[in-house]
Design a binder for this molecule. Sequence first.
Ligand SMILES: [Zn+2]
Length: 364
Amino acid sequence: MNTGDSHKKRQSPAHNLLAMTLVQTISWVLRFYFITILNNYTVVGQSCTGPITRYAPIPPQTRIPPSGCIIESFGGGVHVVLDGVNTAMVVVSTEGVIIVDSPPGLRRVLPAALGNITHIPVTHMVYTHFHWDHIGAASLFGNNITVIAQEETAQNLIQLEDSDRPLPTITFPHNYELTVGNQTLELSYKGEMHADGNIFVYAPVQKVLMLTDFLYPGWAPSARFGVTKNVLSYVRTHDKVLAYDFDYFVGVHVGLEGNRSDVLIQQEYVLDLRANCISTIREFAGNGTLYGCPDGYTLGQAENPRNLYAFGRRLFELLAVSCASRTSEKWVDRLTGADVVGYDNANIMIESLRLESGIAPTVF
Ligand SMILES: [Zn+2]
């Protein structure tokens, strides 16, 4: 009576094989699914941390004391307050203190540091340029001080409407001599080399020159030469710096103060990088290969046919890798971080050679 049902329950070998295959398939699908999930997590993990890159070890750096900053004196009332990343210059006069830049990184320590230098109040502030990381704590000093900046700095600040960076009260196009009590600072704008309105600040008596985001003594120039918009102008700035009679160079972000020899070394590095990039481009233009490797242009076209952005990027990428490797290995022992910034500096140099000097690998 129940044969029909029992027959249904009794599986044939074919059915058993089918069922096993089905179970196996489901198992494989699930395994694949979980492995994919795991892999995705791994991929997500990798994309969060990026590939680990070890660069050349750096020489011992100055330790910052528990107070959070170092105060250095250049004599004659000129000091710098720095924490190894941020710097403000403090000039004490008989009638008030001039402070040059007020970085947000020093917000917590700057008032105490000033108190350790002098009890004369801050009456004047100079903005070296409009970037937040240099003057984002300018509001610390209230609205009753005189703030001096170059015109383009003022224009940028008007547009930014940032209450932490009060608008300057005095602006100038090219040169301004600021005298407060017994101290004088010569401010000069010599064209864009990092940001619009980025000025030279010079204390002629103490022979101290401050130029932000151009040179960090002991270190290679930062990536893309401090994100300059004009590499040619950046290169020429070395001569403009060397035209000053200075004993101390205040570079701002890393390292302590420098001197003329730091400027000469950086100039040599930049010119060497430029020469290496020119050689790389000319070599490529001459035989269409880079050290026997397939050139980026051909490689890029094969990978992404007709995608001009893609193979253009490939071409410049490989040129920059080649130029950076020629340069960095020579410089890594002389300028800290030369291996870290080598690619970015080569990349922007190659762009500059193409756009500004017409030295190009192809008709790009
Ligand atoms: Zn800047």
